[in-house]
Design a protein around this ligand. Sequence first.
Ligand code: GLC
Length: 534
Amino acid sequence: MDKWWKQSTFYEIYIPSFMDGNGDGIGDFQGITSKLDYLKELGIDGIWLTPFYESPKVDNGYDISDYYKIDSDYGTMGDFETFIQEAHHRGIRVIADLVLNHTSSEHQWFQESKSSRNHPKRDWYIWRDEPNNWESFFGGSAWEYDKTTKQYYYHAFAREQVDLNWHNPEVKKAMFDVIKFWLDKGIDGFRLDVINFLKVNDSFLNNPFDEKKQEQIHLHDKDQEGILLLIEEIAKFVHQYPDKFLVGEVGSENLNILKQYSGNNKLDVVFNFNIGSIEEFDASQLYQQLVATEETYKECQIPTLFFSSHDMSRHISRFGNREDRAKLVATLMLTAKGIPFIYNGDEIGMRDWITDDINKMKDIQGITAYKLALKEGKSHDEALIIANEKSRDKSRTPMQWNGNTYAGFSTNEPWINVPAELHLAIMEDQQDDPNSLLSFYKKLLRLRKKHVALHAGNYEYLHYKDDIITFAKTKQSEKIVVVLNFSDEKKSIELKSQIHILLLTNKNISKEENVITLLSNEAIIYKEKIRICE
Ligand code: GLC
């Protein structure tokens, strides 16, 4: 029997903005629990929860100050337990985001480490007399001077997110205890945050720059020697528990790096940013990445399929703000080979948001970009544009349930940059509309579940021509064909085989003999007649 996750569709919940259950303006466990019936009806199988541990939330919970506590903004341990029970009761699995690379600077471990050069926990973090040239991924130096002990500590992200020293076995032991605690609580697996950053090169050589001398190449601060062995240790520890799932955020769009982290003895899957981060609505690029992944991955490796997350611009906004395209991309995501991860709100076509007021920006990456731009002499307006480009607030607005609020936004007031009719088109309005994006997602998820060729099949072929991606997937005696027209024009194509049953289209194909005409951005899924030899 295949592992459960191989046939699952995951749904990412960005906790602070998903559903405010107690009216304090912040999403919480009570709120998520109240939406489990919606998620069941949508048809997803697993939830990925962004971090919910106690945190000062400089980076929205990716700065954990206590790994054993639920952040009080999100509820109590009791609320968490109820949520897990209720999710399991509906057959929905839950994976937790776990940040092993760094802790909050407010974590007790760091407070002890920074207290004196001789403290037993000094070596739990990375301290140096002099900084090197490594840059933080949020901008600026990755080293922060600490007055108390007159040394610098290393932080790959914000200065309040201090990198742990994974060369120290005590760190590993402490983190394995954390993993065990949450597995014992019934969590079904983890999304491991920036997992390829866990080891840095202890020679601390300076990083080189690209040819234009503008961007630093992160040669010595990620994907370092020993990281894969460490990954194997983590995977072995987690997989002692039967049926647990591990998805890694390997911060890279390079398929040759990504491929090293999943498969036998390693992580079950990693996020395929080589596919998911594609900026343009471009079928040929997408096709190239699908093929490259298929060719590069070994038999035991499965890719993931996603196009949005809490760190990215929403794909409907990236791809021209069009619902037909959103349906087309959803079709690809839920029928191609791979484990799909839907980002909350994509199923109702939520759009990116930008701000005209820097004081309303919450994301540390955007705020840091703003400050650095001003420092470099840019005007306020120029800095604001840069900040909006970098800021991940764009995809973190409150989920559009009627009246939901987060960070001072409400779904009942218009937002800048999002046309009022789209933003105010709350989820509840789509539920009863058979042509809505939400209804289309539901149909796709049902089809995926029903047809073994869709949820467990392999490609029989994967083609591209003239803006059309076509693939066939087979399993047992079933064969399903998917045709995706990425162009704005009508296209006629000759089918290799006969349509047996048309399962789904986002538009209205016409068909004569073996020639079908697809409307612009049309997606079709059909079942092929399998010839039985007599
Ligand atoms: C991951 C998270 C992102 C966070 C970063 C640092 O990339 O997805 O939101 O800022 O790690 O923890």
